[in-house]
Each structure stands twice: as C-alpha cells, then as structure tokens.
Design a protein around this ligand. Structure first.
Ligand code: CU
Length: 398
C-alpha cells in the first residue's frame, strides 16, 4: 500500500479457493488498512507495518477498501474477483451502504441542543513580543463527537478542541512556534499560510501519537488560513481542521470592537460519523457556517453599541466555497483585502467583501441606531444554509 493505492487493486481467485492477502504499508507517513465487505479486516497499519488478512474460501466477488477517512474516495479500493464456473455472474461489486445521512435530522430553525457553546468571535488580545521572543503554542489534534447543527452530531477533527481552531494574533515580524500533537486516530498535519517555508518537512502527515514543531515568522499582514495538510484536505477541512492567524498591518487604527468570522461548509455523514466525501466532491454542503456552527450568532448575537467602530476580520476557509460578506443595514467605510486597503476614507463605500476560498480581509462599520443587524454571505443560498448571524446593537453608553 502506498500513494492511496493497493499495489494489486484486482485479485482474481478461482471460485472455491482460499485467499490470504499479505499487506505491507510502504507509505512514509500515512496510516492505511484493508476492510472487506465480507467483514474481514487488517486493522490499521502504521508506515512500515504489515499484516495478513485471511479472506477464507472465495465463492463470489468481494469489495475491499482502506477505511481511513477519505482514502476510499481517493480510489484506495481493492476488488477480489471470483473466477470460474462456480462464480456469480452478472453481479457487480457490492459497496457498503453509507449508513444514513444526518442531514435528514437537521432543523436549521430549531434551537441548538443544551450543550451548545458559541465559538468566541472576539479577536483575542494582541501580545506584543519583546526582542527575541516568540508566540509559543501547543495545538492538540483531537477527534471527538459534538453537535454541529441543530439535530446533528458528528465526529469532528479539531486543532485545540474547537472548529475553527484558536485564532492566533500577532504583528508583522512576529515568530510563532507551534507544537502540534496528534491525539487523533489517523495522520494529520498543518499548513500555516501566515509563514513562508518549504512544505516538505513541516507539512508532512503526523501519525497518531506523534508531534511536530512548526516555526514560522509572519512577515506580511493579513488574516491567514491554517488547515490540515493531510490528504484528502477537502475532507480534513470539512471535518473541522481549519483556523485563522491575524497579523495586524503596521499602524492599524484602534477600534472599539474586533471580531473574527471564519466561514466554512459542512457535509454531514451519518449521525455520529464524519463528513461525507461524496457530498464534498459534488460540492453539496448541508450547512455554511460562521465559526463552525450554522446560524450560531442568531442564537448568541455579537454585541455592539451605536456609534462604535466595529472591525470584522473575515476568512473564507472553505474547503470549497468563498463568501460575499455583507452586513444588512450598514455600509463598510474601510475595507482591507488580502494585504491591502480596498477602501480607506473618502466618499466611497462598500457593501460586500468578496473572498475566494482561503482569502481574507477585514471590514469596518458603525451602526446608526439600536437594532438587530444581520451579517450574511450574500450568496443567499449559503445564508439560508447557516451563513447568518446578528449584531445586537444597543444605545450608546451615556
Ligand atoms: Cu487532518
């Protein structure tokens, strides 16, 4: 096994013969296995590991695949074909049923369950570094089940226990030293767009139980994505492995409030399962979220006061969709997009910040009156899928 393939993807066996498969994982970093629809399985094999699978007497065709999430969808399948007079004819290789679709249980109009805790959208405070210092951080990769939409529980894969992972905040020139510890059941990795570095070593897949130190210096300002770097990345990001690094441009004006909204999509598998790679491939998300849960700031609105200057950093994490970020009832008078100001003073205004996947920026606004101002992706089908929240604006402080 290597490169998401079995070296012998089709095995012909005369019907009635017993088959024993010897497996060896020749990949350098990835974990693999073999599962057959007859029920036989190898168990997970670390790089370099080997095992034998006793298939038993083969009477008909048997389908096999790697059960590490996403590998089967990337083509890591194996077919055992029974040949000869006794073999079934005309049948096709049976694929295991998907096990249901948790989206059938979702009600976007319902309240979140009792365990709901909104992701804190407030930009964490900036810590100024002294000469020679770095931001030190341990990011633990965890896989755990949680409610990801009203009525839906999924096993998410997270950096630091939340999806998105924690927001990192620094200034141009800051160095970050991140220790990544993989407590998951499969290989994961990380890619920080905020730094420039040869991907070969630091972005390699980290096997379960292993760790990695990733050091980068943020030489340019912006809101930068980080995400899992292990294939298939669409699945790892859809399962929660994404986050933002905010690097302030020099001379960034002070504002009254700063929020961070990361837009992402979810593609549900069965209840308690992980994202469905087939939906990801078809680009058919069940929800589009700000900060990992559909409509979460409808249930926990973001506060502001009349006259306050509010800055919202926005990142489109995808995996595959961008955003058109708009706030109903107000206009943006300062817009920063991918490292430069699109709008900064003057009589012009802006109504939406357009971001392709992995792009980011910020918008600034004030609110003219008390009220509830929705923020949305103005790609309305996505707003209706959950890319929607509220600013709850109260009277200015006396
Ligand atoms: Cu991953």
């Amino acid at each position: 096994m290597s490169g998401m393939r079995y070296s012998q993807p089709t095995i012909q066996v005369p019907a009635g013969n017993r088959l024993v498969i010897t497996l060896r994982n020749d990949d350098k970093f990835m974990v693999h296995d073999l599962v057959l629809d007859s029920g036989a399985k190898s168990g997970r094999l670390s790089p370099g590991g080997s095992a034998t699978v006793d298939v038993g007497v083969v009477e008909h065709d048997i389908a096999g695949w790697c059960s590490v999430p996403g590998h089967r969808q990337m083509g890591m399948t194996l077919d055992i074909v029974a040949t000869g007079a006794d073999a079934q004819t005309g049948g096709h290789v049976h694929r295991a049923a998907a096990g249901g679709d948790a989206a059938d249980d979702m009600d976007l109009m319902a309240d979140p369950g009792p365990g709901f805790k909104p992701y804190d959208a407030v930009l964490p405070p900036l810590r100024h570094l002294a000469e020679g210092q770095a931001h030190h951080l341990t990011l633990t990769i965890e896989e755990h089940e949680k409610e990801v939409a009203p009525g839906v529980r999924q096993k998410v894969w997270t950096f630091g226990g939340t999806d998105p992972g924690p927001v990192l905040h620094g200034e141009v020139g800051d160095t970050f030293e991140v220790t990544l510890v993989n407590h998951g059941g499969q290989a994961h990795g990380i890619d920080f767009h905020a730094g420039s570095i040869a991907p070969d070593s630091v972005m390699r897949p980290i096997p379960p139980g292993k760790s990695l130190v990733y050091r980068f210096t943020a030489n340019r300002a912006g809101i930068w994505m980080y995400h899992c770097s292990t294939m298939p990345m669409s699945l790892h990001v859809a399962n929660g492995m994404f986050g933002a690094v905010v690097i302030e441009p020099p001379g960034l004006p002070r504002v009254d409030r700063s929020y961070v909204l990361v837009q992402n999509e979810q593609y549900f598998g069965p209840q308690g399962g992980s994202a469905d790679p087939d939906k990801i491939k078809l680009e058919q998300p069940d929800t589009v979220d700000f900060n990992g849960y559909p409509n979460q700031y409808d249930h926990a609105p973001l506060p502001a006061k009349v006259g306050e200057r509010v800055r919202v950093w926005v990142l489109a994490a995808g995996p595959s969709r961008g955003t058109s970020f708009h706030v109903v009832g107000t206009q943006f008078d300062r817009v920063y997009f991918e490292g430069s100001y699109l709008l900064d003073g003057g009589s012009g205004g802006s109504q939406a910040l357009a971001l392709a996947p992995a792009q980011g920026g910020f918008v600034e606004m004030t609110f003219p009156q008390p009220g509830h101002y929705p923020f949305v992706s103005h790609a309305f089908v996505d707003a209706e899928r959950g890319a929607h929240g509220f600013f709850e604006v109260s009277k200015e402080a006396p």
